[in-house]
Design a protein around this ligand. Sequence first.
Ligand SMILES: [Fe+2]
Ligand SMILES: [Fe+2]
Length: 274
Amino acid sequence: MLDTITIRQMPFDFPDEIDPVFIERDHQRSFGFIAGSLLLPYLEPYLIRSMKAAQKHVTDPKVLEGLKGFAAQEGQHYRMHMKFNAAVKRAGFPGLEVLEKELSDDYQRFTKTKSLRFNLAYAEGFEAITMNAIKSMMGENGFGEDLPDYMEMMEWHFVEELEHRTVAFDVYNDVCGGYFYRLFVGAWAQWHFISWIKRATRYMLKVSPQPKRSAKEIAEQKAADLMGNASSVRRLIPALLRTYLPTYSPHNVEIAPGIQTLADKYTAMAIKTS
Ligand SMILES: [Fe+2]
Ligand SMILES: [Fe+2]
């Protein structure tokens, strides 16, 4: 299920300015979501650079085909997130610029000074954790009907992450290989980008603090949360731990048939596909 990589140019449009607290009265999770989105215009181009550098070393034609699809999909993702991020940043948070510069410098430095093996292991560290988290968050059928634009954008992005779920793993193994190296660099990569997301979230909360909420309000918001309901959290931990095992392969991750339905929906919605 979900074994082709389709590059979709999507028509999502955002208002000029987006209220950064788009989950009502929940600054914490709104800003966490935004920080994740802010990461992508730096991280995804870095992944593309790593893949392009690996391209001439790939021996398996199927892996090469996947690599090209991966790079093209990630290219669409970060451009769309840039549009969303620009709309959010018009609402304030000038200090994000310094944090973003730091992140951009990190990724440029990795491309220039780190080995291809490191960069590919970083890529798989990111892909493994996000793909498995996405699978848990989406469940059998995704986030449901009548989603706000930003959630539809996420759902489209997530579907494509699932479509290219095996690429970074296969490229690493085809070009370099080695379980322990991938494990350590992958875990470091996860620490690296998660700490950045946390810092960006903390900064936004300092500028616009979380108002006090009652326990009841917190519980209600959690229950209504499209991306983090209790059952998905229960599924998430074992799924993430599995990615550290020597037997882990994204080829063995099963994708629910409902996700293919979503992939078809976004193909139909796209302005252009290839
Ligand atoms: Fe992506
Ligand atoms: Fe990806």
